[in-house]
Design a protein. Structure first.
Length: 78
């Protein structure tokens, strides 16, 4: 039982990190300087970090919930 919880925790950490990296990579493609005020680089970077955390958290929660639901479908067949 403890091994199963540890494996799920490790999977959750890896999935969260992967989606953080993917979200940051996607957000760097946007020209934030043309959208926001010029000369406010620290604020833009902070906004990007907060937006990355928000988006990646939401997407990884969806992905992990989907995996859990798929795993729980086996109880329907028993």
């Amino acid at each position: 039982m403890k091994t199963l919880l540890g494996t799920e925790a490790l999977l959750a950490i890896i999935v969260n990190l992967i989606f953080i990296i993917l979200t940051w990579w996607a957000l760097t493609a946007i020209k934030w300087e043309s959208i926001m005020k010029k000369g406010h680089v620290p604020q833009i970077r902070l906004f990007m970090v907060l937006l990355t955390i928000t988006i990646s958290s939401s997407v990884s929660s969806f992905f992990l919930n989907y995996l859990q639901y798929a795993k729980d479908l086996t109880f329907l067949l028993k």
